[in-house]
Design a binder for this molecule. Structure first.
Ligand code: ATP
Ligand code: ZN
Length: 296
């Protein structure tokens, strides 16, 4: 039987958005409350709900064919597994525009920062030992890496580290621990990954179909359907303002020979600034509607 398995985070920061993306791509599952495995109902695509840290390994070992995980975790786990498989590699098929975060080097507030060189021979605490080692090596620095699975930010005040490399979003946690972020090690977001191994033809075809759908959902999220009335004489100017629109549909307006209705699919984000420019160019009755699905 030709089936694919997709691994997503069971609960946590990526869980809801991962599931929602798959559901908006038309997948439905026979949900089981506590179980790890949800059977795909309308397509032969099943879901595995796991800890995010397990997802890269499931892909590398070919247990799952697709997975949604943060780039930070994917890169860390790939580097980790290179001890056993030197050629381990995962390539994102699609960045998903959620789960944004930054892996940062942070120092005690009162230490001036010049460059990573000042960490040479000192202790750096992190949950990302492989990414940290690689970053330091890229900067020609060898430091003593202290691997911690949580509460990394308290290591300097406990005296077990001189600096940390940790995920930072607002910086509140750092400040509470008298630390300051000084430089970025990695910028990350959630991404869709596939297993490195080639699949048989039906499964490659199913994967390709799914990828097209997911891309469509991603694109539809930005895409808007814009409708407005415009002076016929300023059509070129107005079309040029519509972001990412190809050829708009022009419709005549009953009893108004000088004005037309313009309908356009805008594939780039439509901002208030665009609407203000349209109005300045003589547009009226401007409506911006969401697009639910797209098949380009
Ligand atoms: P699990 O139980 O699945 O191991 P976790 O505690 O490792 O969960 P979460 O805190 O849910 O993970 O974070 C999952 C991912 O969300 C991170 O690896 C990262 O890619 C992303 N992320 C986005 N913002 C942040 C943030 N502010 N802090 C930590 N991770 C973030
Ligand atoms: Zn985790």
């Amino acid at each position: 039987m030709t089936r694919l398995k997709i691994a997503i985070q069971k609960s946590g920061r990526l869980a809801d958005k991962s599931l929602s993306l798959l559901e908006r791509s038309g997948l439905t599952f026979a949900r089981s409350k506590d179980k790890l495995f949800w059977y795909g109902r309308n397509l032969p695509v099943d879901l595995l709900l796991v800890r995010d840290d397990d997802i890269p390994r499931l892909l590398l070992e070919g247990v799952c064919q697709l997975g949604i995980v943060g780039e930070n975790v994917a890169l860390e786990k790939v580097l980790e597994s290179r001890a056993r498989r030197p050629d381990a590699h995962l390539e994102p098929l699609l960045k998903l525009e959620f789960g944004h975060c930054r892996l940062m080097l942070a120092l005690p507030e009162d230490e001036a920062y010049a460059d990573p060189g000042q960490l040479a021979g000192r202790r750096v605490a992190t949950s990302y030992p492989h990414l940290t080692r690689q970053y330091l090596a890229d900067n020609g620095v060898e430091a003593d890496i202290v691997t911690l699975n949580g509460a990394v930010e308290i290591a300097p005040s406990l005296g077990t580290a001189d600096a940390i490399v940790d995920l930072v979003s607002t910086g509140t946690t750092l400040r509470a621990n008298h630390l300051k972020a000084v430089t970025e090690v990695l910028s990350s977001q959630a991404a869709l990954y596939r297993c490195p191994a080639a699949l048989d033809e039906p499964r490659e075809a199913l994967l390709a179909k799914l990828l097209t759908r997911i891309r469509g959902v991603q694109q539809a999220a930005e895409t808007k359907y814009v409708m407005l009335h415009a002076p016929r004489a300023r059509l070129a100017e107005i079309s040029a303002i519509l972001p990412g629109a190809e050829s708009p549909t022009i419709l005549s307006l009953e009893g108004q020979p000088d004005r037309v209705a313009v309908h356009a699919v805008c594939t780039e984000q439509v901002f208030w600034e665009h609407l203000e420019e349209l109005k300045a160019a003589g547009a009226s009755a401007v409506l911006v509607l969401p697009v639910e699905k797209m098949l380009a």
